[in-house]
Design a protein around this ligand. Structure first.
Ligand SMILES: C[S@@+](CC[C@H](N)C(=O)[O-])C[C@H]1O[C@@H](n2cnc3c(N)ncnc32)[C@H](O)[C@@H]1O
Length: 304
């Protein structure tokens, strides 16, 4: 099964905290009066880049995304700005710009298209292969993890990246069902095994019982924490003096890493003591935004 993106409207990601991202970039002192270059480290559908390119007529953006479908969709969305956008298939953990830039933005995690396309394997609502790779050339899929990790390591992973209290029971059940079946047929089968670990009342709540376990597997498959740690080390070196770095995160492990890095990195001045959260109106219109937290930092001025 392949996702057809010839019609880019199929890519239905709603950008999160766009006004706040624009506000953060306004903190760069030279944003309006010079030709500036910025990096969108998580281009996705190109929503944030679109608004930035529209607002600043001289701005150029280098957009990174390791998902080829996201890059294709962003290319369509940003067609009218094509002379000012350069799209790279890089992982932000390995990127090195040719010259220093005025800002770096990152809006972490998955895009809605990845979640909503069952063939990508992120969804427990619709059946699909147990894949979960944002970058299809990565070697390890969710299925490989489930099959190859020991019951203890799988439980630890579900606890660490999913904050899941029932991690031990879930891991035991996944391994038991796997032994009986020989192989999981897909995401729905896995979600069914996980749901069976919860008392019946909890199985039908607003949040599906498999949510946290699926999040944990996704984070592990895509090495999201390792990538973020590396990105936080290298991204300040991409910036010009007083350049801005703005990061939106969606869960506590990510937010803690960003907070500690912005507070502890001697190269940076932390501009957000507390994270900025989306407005109530946005949360109402886009429930994916409910856990978003934006933190902003600025590279120090040059000292002579
Ligand atoms: C939340 S979406 C970004 C949405 C985008 N800001 C917009 O407004 O359309 C996150 C995107 O980052 C990409 N991504 C996640 N981790 C990445 C990494 N380490 N390197 C490059 N891209 C990454 C995902 O493939 C996904 O498309």
């Amino acid at each position: 099964m392949q996702t057809d993106l010839s019609n880019s409207s199929l890519f239905n990601h709603k950008s999160v905290m766009t006004d706040e991202i624009l506000f953060s970039i306004d903190q760069y002192p030279l944003i309006s009066n010079s030709k500036v270059i910025g990096i969108d480290a998580t281009l996705g559908g190109g929503g944030h880049s679109y608004e930035l390119l529209k607002k600043y007529p001289d701005l150029k953006i280098i957009g990174l995304d390791h998902d080829p479908l996201a890059r294709k969709s962003a290319l369509n969305k940003l067609e009218e700005f094509k002379s000012r956008i350069e799209i790279s298939p890089s992982n932000f953990a390995n990127f090195k710009p040719k010259e220093k830039v005025s800002f770096v933005i990152a809006d972490l995690g998955v895009n809605s298209n990845q979640i909503d396309s069952p063939e990508r394997g992120f969804s427990f609502q619709k059946d699909g292969p147990l894949d979960m790779r944002m970058n299809p050339s990565l070697e390890i899929t969710a299925e490989n993890l489930i099959e190859n990790l020991s019951e203890k390591d799988l439980a630890d992973l579900i606890f660490k990246y999913g904050d899941e209290r029932l991690s031990r029971k879930i891991s035991w059940k996944i391994k038991k069902d796997l032994k009986e079946k020989g192989k999981y047929s897909g995401t729905k089968g896995l979600a069914y095994s996980i749901a069976g670990c919860f008392p019946p009342k909890q199985r039908y709540r607003k949040i599906h019982p498999a949510t946290r376990t699926f999040q944990a597997l996704r984070i592990a498959v895509n090495k999201e924490i390792e990538s973020l740690e590396r990105f936080l080390e290298i991204a300040p070196d991409w910036l010009l003096p007083e350049g801005i770095i703005s990061i939106i995160s969606f869960h506590s492990i990510e937010d803690r890493l960003v907070k500690n890095s912005f507070k502890g990195d001697e190269r940076l001045k932390n501009l957000t003591k507390k994270p900025i959260k989306p407005k109530e109106k946005e949360v109402k219109n886009n429930k994916r935004s409910r856990s978003a937290k934006l933190r902003i930092a600025q590279l120090n001025k040059l000292k002579f």
